[in-house]
Design a protein around this ligand. Structure first.
Ligand code: XUL
Ligand code: CO
Length: 437
């Protein structure tokens, strides 16, 4: 396609913190080395195709407002193919290396599964060409198992076996296309896997079915030699009242109970963490403790609203916490920071897509620099280490090494003076972190 989708927008460059150009990075300087590697390799930023290219910006009170001149509004394959080039022009001008998609975002659903497969293949041809031409890669693919009416009561957890089978056929194809496009991962987000009321729900049976579905996916992945990482994405509610993959701990418990640990890692989303009543840092720490933090859906929620508003991340405090976790983990392997975020309904012009992503990337660049400075300073790390120093030797080391039981500990306590603790110094630590922000 020769026509540009964003003709008035140049390639977004790093201009530094003094720049007043809204279409420039103030902090994200992709090749600048921070903490031993270039910024771009810390983040592995991804654009979410469904939000950037397909979200019409509707809300419950009114239809879409998004102006997307390259899109003719039809559900045709030709329109979907043209849209691919707009997407890649956007990503190239923005300077991100990855994207993520749902099967039904990139290609229209057909009247039959066979027709949907053919549509997806036709658009995948175009995606493959665009990837080759631009060097932009697929971070992960996924299947939309929630929009079509057939999934109104779930997909893998639907009470109806035919729906389970249909979903399996759809996911099989989505994994194949992800594999064909060199995807580095594949995500399972619950969609409508949950319930609206327990009065009509056999919870145990539905959870067993979900586990069976994931085992089949793992088997098939191995059969076709797809080596990308599988992820499960926690979210507590919306669209159902209770989603089965409600938070990191629930997902890990589910994976362990059903023999899936090691096969799937977690893709953790900031807005979902908030809906679960947790901080993002909590969700990341829980996943990291199980060696299961795989990827991140970067966005923000509005704490005053209480639903999945999928806003762009701008809060430096939160990006700092996320980068502190990632740096301590040693960074992503297959995962990345996918902007699972949409511009506001009021921000309907194409250029707003740039403002939104630039802001998110700059917020993460600042988070990275701040987190790295905190770690290099060493006081925060030293405080935490010192707080647990009683476990390094003596009775603490014996307990951790499994060399002491209740009898020995009772004897130790009887013979020792009253235990002494020190202040937790929460406020001092909050002040310390703020020194860097
Ligand atoms: C929904 C959500 C999804 C997943 C992919 O809240 O986050 O878009 O990221 O299915
Ligand atoms: Co998400």
């Amino acid at each position: 396609m020769s026509d540009e989708a964003f003709p008035d927008i140049p390639k977004i460059e790093f201009e530094g913190p003094d720049s007043k150009n809204p279409l420039a990075f103030k902090h994200y300087n992709k090749d600048e080395v921070v903490g031993g590697k270039p910024m771009k390799d810390h983040f592995r930023f991804g654009v979410a195709y469904w939000h950037a290219m397909r979200n019409p910006l509707a809300d419950p009170f009114g239809g879409g407002t998004a102006e997307r001149p390259w899109d003719d509004g039809t559900e045709s394959v030709a329109n979907a193919q043209r849209r691919v080039w707009a997407a890649f022009e956007f990503m190239q001008k923005l300077g991100v290396d990855y994207y993520c998609f749902h099967d039904r975002d990139v290609a229209p659903e057909g009247k039959t599964l066979a027709e949907s497969h053919a549509n997806l293949d036709a658009v995948a041809d175009e995606l493959e060409k665009a990837q080759k031409e631009t060097g932009i890669k697929l971070l992960w693919g996924t299947a939309c198992l929630f929009a079509n009416k057939r999934y109104n009561q779930g997909a893998a957890t639907s009470p109806y076996a035919d729906v389970f089978a249909y979903a399996a056929g759809q996911v099989k194809k989505a994994i194949e296309v992800t594999h064909r496009l060199g995807g580095e991962g594949y995500t399972f987000w619950g969609g409508r896997e949950g319930y609206s009321t327990l009065w009509n729900t056999d919870l145990k049976r539905e959870l067993d079915h979900l586990a069976k579905f994931l085992h089949m996916a793992v088997d098939y992945k191995k059969k076709i030699g797809f080596t990308g990482q599988f992820y499960i994405e926690p979210k507590p509610k919306e669209p159902t009242t209770h989603q089965y993959d409600s938070d990191s701990a629930a997902c890990l418990n589910f994976l362990r109970e059903h023999g899936l640990m090691g096969e799937l890692k977690l893709n953790i989303e900031t807005n979902h963490a908030i809906l679960a009543g947790h901080t993002m840092m909590h969700e990341l720490e829980v996943a990291m403790a199980a060696d299961a933090l795989g990827s991140i859906d970067a966005n923000a929620g509005d704490e005053l609203i209480g639903w999945d508003t999928d806003q762009f991340p701008t809060d430096i405090y939160v990006t700092t916490q996320i980068m502190l976790c990632l740096l301590r983990m040693g960074g992503f392997t297959t995962g990345g920071l996918n902007f699972d975020a949409k511009v506001r309904r009021e921000s309907f012009e194409p250029v707003d897509l740039f403002h939104a992503h630039i802001g998110g990337m700059d917020a993460f660049a600042r988070g990275l620099k701040i987190a790295n400075a905190i770690l290099e300073d060493g006081r925060w790390v030293a405080f935490r280490k010192e707080r647990y120093s009683s476990w390094e030797q003596g009775i603490g080391a014996k307990i951790e090494n499994g060399e002491a039981g209740f009898e020995e500990l009772e004897k130790y306590a009887l013979e020792s003076a009253e235990p002494v603790t020190a202040s937790g110094r929460q406020e001092m630590l909050e002040n310390l972190i703020n020194e860097f922000i």
